[in-house]
Write a protein that binds this ligand. Structure first.
Ligand code: S3P
Length: 172
């Protein structure tokens, strides 16, 4: 295994799980949103506001492709939309890549995201009820891409440590 890629909707825990997996497996963790922010010296929120989503998606595709094609062993936590644009979902099938879908219910996602919608460019214009409806519809639209993962872990009732254990047990 050269690359372990975590995918899933905003709030499913990709970044947290990747940091803990990195400690356990002793493989560096790379956060794709952070790489994009460093590249532009702007927050994701600001990139959406000033340059638009299409600019963000093109850069996300470019930097994700570079990471996947690099020879380094790494864990990549993607953005919630990463597998859903351009050919990114096909890159999940590259040699040496294992992808994990951290699957959470609408209720779990909403309860984790509701206090933090202002920092999420795709949710920031909605009130709570609208945000919940949006998440439900959006998750449905993205299911096809998330289901391309090599493995799915249902995270709703698991602790971070349990998710990490479940992922690492499938790697041996
Ligand atoms: C997005 C998710 C975000 C970030 C951007 C777009 C999405 O990442 O990439 O706001 O399309 O779902 P997180 O899933 O880490 O919040």
């Amino acid at each position: 295994m050269k690359k372990l890629i975590l995918i899933g909707y905003m709030g499913c825990g990709k970044s947290t799980i990747s940091v803990e997996l990195s400690k356990k497996l002793k493989i560096p963790a790379i956060d794709l949103d952070q790489i994009i922010e460093k590249n532009q010296n702007l927050s994701v929120q600001k990139i959406f506001e000033t340059k638009g989503e299409l600019f963000f998606r093109k850069l996300e595709n470019q930097l994700f492709t570079e990471l996947i094609l690099s020879n380094e062993q790494m864990i990549i936590s993607t953005g919630g939309g990463t597998p859903c644009y351009f050919n990114n979902h096909l890159l999940l099938k590259n040699d040496g890549v294992i992808s994990i879908y951290l699957k959470a219910s609408i209720e779990t996602l909403f309860s984790r995201l509701k206090n933090n919608v202002k920092n999420r460019p795709l949710l920031s214009n909605f009130d709570e009820i609208e945000a919940k409806e949006f998440i439900a519809k959006h998750l449905f639209e993205r299911n096809y891409y998330y289901n391309q993962a090599s493995k799915t872990v249902i995270v709703d009732h698991l602790t971070v440590a349990e998710v990490v254990n479940e992922i690492s047990s499938t790697l041996t």
